[in-house]
Design a protein around this ligand. Structure first.
Ligand SMILES: CC(C)(COP(=O)(O)OP(=O)(O)OC[C@H]1O[C@@H](n2cnc3c(N)ncnc32)[C@H](O)[C@@H]1OP(=O)(O)O)[C@@H](O)C(=O)NCCC(=O)NCCS
Length: 511
């Protein structure tokens, strides 16, 4: 899809050399029509690429990667965004500051509309204002919830985590799936994307009322959500459904919903949605799988954000909100020495400050520069990276997205930390639904990587090594006592040498 990007405005660094250079700019405000024109071109592009380079090697897989969460294996295609370790995320080649500059805004608002980001993710084009307005309108028109989902939400016990409620409601929404219906009626596979598109649009439209109902049931005594305003944007409607009317908070929500949308294809929520979708489970089932992954403490924000806020509260309690840099440094060292991490700092892929942190910081500098919690966050930003560097082991001492979002939400009065992952989930739908539409448009098959048993891996590795022979008159344990410097690979030492009958008998082990 790089070919469809508005090449004129794309940053030079990210301009790719598509196999066939095609520039298509479509002013239509109907996203489905725009897509229908792009899909055959991109299908051809991918077909030709696969034909020419299908057998080209793009990496190698080590045993460590197989055990290590497949880190670094290039085994997925994701068109919507790419995560650069130094730069952070780029959506269709555009960085967050570029999106903030180029994507249309709401009247009076300063932040990009997530509708525009969705258009960009789906098409690769920066949309016009009219195109973004048409998406706001479509989502407002598709937002009605089926009665059984409302009943279900209203009957959940209050001790059921908001993410469990969210994912269950999204699963139940699949009663509305147009893709599932079309599939059951035998639709031709070249047309799958059309109903997946319809489901994606319906699903995104219905997320705010689902999420807001959960919020109000849990934290606002079940008060009803106000009716949707069809002339307002998606974030405006969502924030007011939650019960907040502050225009600044609504604008923050536009930013929040934009920046949490996509983080390339290998993260748990994106990968789970793609994987389940590859079985042709409908978009509701696929997305609820993604949400269940997002609810995990190592991926979704709930725990991390709680940690960040709990951490800040602890700092405030122990050394005060106006702690000096020196006091803070001492505090951080104490935490590290107690075997705890500094929450909100570090990342498995990123190696610089997360641009999602930076844009939230800029928002705070503009709108809440004097908030004591924000000031504390700023001092921590000065103090923590050098301390983490000094430990000598942290690969990335810089802040990530979690170091900031909680403080902003708290400032505007949303104090219910357990709910924060639901906000993340609403946003993540934009990225993974755009991805799912393209998965079906490109006819990607069911995902089925090969797995290996440890025994199978050992055999495979042995086969690949030149055979060699060890002759010894010692059993393995004595061999090591005698030759402490002997370095045998761990796969070998895990294979016991044939037991010597008696210590002094020579024997040969061929491995
Ligand atoms: C995000 C995170 C899990 C990445 O982990 P990772 O890929 O293993 O990171 P690294 O390779 O840099 O880790 C190397 C070492 O530095 C430590 N480290 C990394 N970030 C740290 C932090 N913020 N505070 C203290 N120690 C940290 C790791 O625990 C590890 O220590 P170990 O060798 O004793 O096990 C990690 O940075 C972290 O725990 N951060 C704090 C929690 C957080 O903000 N999570 C949200 C992420 S979006």
């Amino acid at each position: 899809m790089a070919l469809f990007r508005a090449l004129v405005s794309a940053p030079a660094k990210q301009r790719l050399n598509p196999i066939v250079s095609v520039f298509v700019r479509n002013e239509s405000t109907n996203l489905k029509d725009v897509l229908a024109k792009k899909i055959p071109i991109e299908q051809d592009n991918v077909k030709n690429f696969r034909k020419e380079f299908g057998s080209t090697k793009i990496g190698e897989v080590t045993v460590e990667m197989a055990y290590g969460g497949m880190r670094g294996i290039k085994g997925l295609v994701c068109e919507t965004s790419v995560l650069d370790p130094d730069e952070g995320i780029r959506f269709r080649g555009y960085s967050i500051p570029e999106c903030q500059k180029l994507l249309p805004r709401a009247p009076g608002g300063n932040e990009p509309l997530p509708e525009g980001l969705f258009w960009l993710l789906v098409t690769g084009d920066i949309p016009t204002e009219a195109q973004v307005k048409s998406i706001s309108k479509e989502w407002a028109n598709r937002a009605d919830l089926p009665a059984h989902v409302v009943t279900m939400l209203n009957n959940f016990p209050s001790n059921l985590h908001p993410m469990s409620q969210f994912s269950a409601a999204v699963t139940a929404l699949n009663s509305e799936s147009k893709f599932a219906r079309a599939y059951a009626e035998g639709v031709h596979k070249t047309k799958y994307w059309e109903t997946v598109y319809e489901d994606a649009m319906d699903l995104i439209a219905k997320l705010p009322p689902v999420a807001a109902t959960i919020y109000r049931n849990l934290y606002r005594n079940g008060s009803p959500i106000p009716p949707i305003k069809k002339d307002k944007d998606w974030s405006w409607n969502f924030t007011t459904m939650l019960g907040y009317n502050d225009e600044k908070f609504i604008d923050l929500m536009r930013l929040y919903l934009t920046i949490h949308s996509d983080h390339e294809g290998g993260n748990v929520s994106a990968h789970a949605t793609h994987l389940v979708g590859s079985a042709l489970s409908d978009p509701y089932l696929s997305f609820s799988a993604g949400l269940n992954g997002l609810a995990g403490p190592l991926h979704g924000l709930a725990n991390q954000e709680v940690l960040v806020l709990v951490f800040l509260t602890k700092v405030a309690k122990e050394i005060g909100l106006n702690a000096s840099e020196e006091q803070l440094k001492e505090f951080i060292w104490k935490e590290l020495k107690s075997g705890r991490v500094v929450p909100g700092y570090g990342h498995a892929v990123l190696r610089k400050t997360d641009p999602r942190y930076t844009c939230q910081r800029e928002f705070a500098l503009k709108h809440l520069p004097d908030d004591p919690m924000f000031k504390l966050v700023s001092t921590i930003y000065k103090v923590v990276p050098p301390v983490l560097l000094e430990t000598g082991k942290v690969k990335n001492p810089w802040p990530n997205v979690d170091a900031h979002s909680g403080v902003l939400l708290q400032y505007y009065g949303m104090k219910e930390m357990n709910y924060y992952t639901v906000l993340f989930g609403v946003s993540r739908a934009l990225g993974v639904m755009a991805g799912l539409i393209w998965d079906r448009a490109l006819g990607l098959p069911i995902e089925r990587p090969k797995s290996m048993s440890t025994e199978g891996l050992i055999k495979l590795v042995k086969k690949k090594r030149p055979a060699f022979t060890i002759s010894t008159k010692y059993p393995q344990s004595i061999l090591y006592q005698r030759f402490p410097d002997l370095h045998l690979p761990s796969w070998l030492t895990s294979t016991p040498l044939p037991d010597t009958k008696k210590n002094n008998i020579w024997h040969t082990a061929s491995l």
